[in-house]
Design a protein around this ligand. Structure first.
Ligand code: SAH
Ligand code: DHB
Ligand code: MG
Length: 217
């Protein structure tokens, strides 16, 4: 199986199930124009996050790692009237592009973007959040998990992106700090008696990766 085939299937599924949307496409175009890294979730993944948020009736969502706001828009659109999303982004250029994309999607009043290192912003937030999406610098995932649990309640759904990393996650001796961060993250989830979790490998237009899902009990 090849990347070409995974992308073709993602394109097919997206065409069938994920209606094209001007604000989401504009967010990706503006992100490319500003030379942001192409690390946003794929359309099918964005819709998965959106459907999960709707399924649990999330009213307050926390996102760690905004980039250009693509996943932010998917998640914020899952909120009912009065719902709120807080998103954290360290990079000033990414934050500026995201603010503009979020405003263009009509979500400026629903989304609060804190620009600065997530660990600084997290210390200022009041929970609980109903859903928390962890998708920033992977070496900090263990610290983000600790905050996520602090800012949760029983029933909160915590999701982490990029936990497979082309399969590198299985290597305990990896010299890649992203792999080490993800491995410690998975271990801490497994060890925490308040968390009930699973993880899924994914292939598609973003290659071979995966998500971890943990329910706070
Ligand atoms: N969730 C986005 C993708 C995020 S990419 C989407 O799917 O559309 C990861 C982002 O985390 C990048 O924009 C990067 O600048 C940001 N980041 C890296 N280190 C960070 C930190 N310490 N605090 C907050 N954001 C950080
Ligand atoms: C990376 C980060 C992401 O959030 C992503 O979705 C893909 C790759 C990275 O840091 O390599
Ligand atoms: Mg990611």
């Amino acid at each position: 199986m090849t990347q070409e085939r995974w992308t073709a299937v993602d394109d097919y599924l997206t065409g069938a199930l994920v209606p094209s949307d001007a604000a989401l496409e504009a967010a990706l175009d503006a992100s490319d124009a500003a030379a942001l890294p192409r690390e946003a979730v794929s359309p099918t993944q964005g819709k998965l996050l959106h459907l999960l948020a709707r399924s649990i009736g999330a009213k307050n969502i926390l996102e760690i790692g905004t980039l250009g706001g693509y996943s932010t828009i998917w998640l914020a659109r899952a909120l009912p009237t009065g719902g709120r999303l807080v998103t954290l982004e360290a990079n000033a250029t990414h934050a500026e592009v995201a603010r503009s994309n979020i405003a263009n999607a009509g979500l400026a009043d629903i989304v609060t973007l804190h620009q600065g290192p997530a660990l600084d912003s997290l210390a200022t937030l009041a929970g609980p959040f109903d859903m928390i999406f962890i998708d920033a610098d992977k070496p900090s995932n263990p610290a983000y998990l600790e905050w996520a649990v602090k800012l949760s309640r029983p029933g909160t759904l915590i999701i982490g992106d990029n936990v497979v990393r082309d399969g590198a996650v299985t290597d305990p001796t990896s010299a890649d700090p992203k792999v080490q961060g993800v491995r410690r993250f998975i271990e801490l989830i497994a060890e925490n008696p308040r968390l009930d979790a699973t993880a899924l490998q994914t292939v598609g237009s973003k290659g071979y990766d995966g998500f971890v899902l943990a329910l706070v009990t």
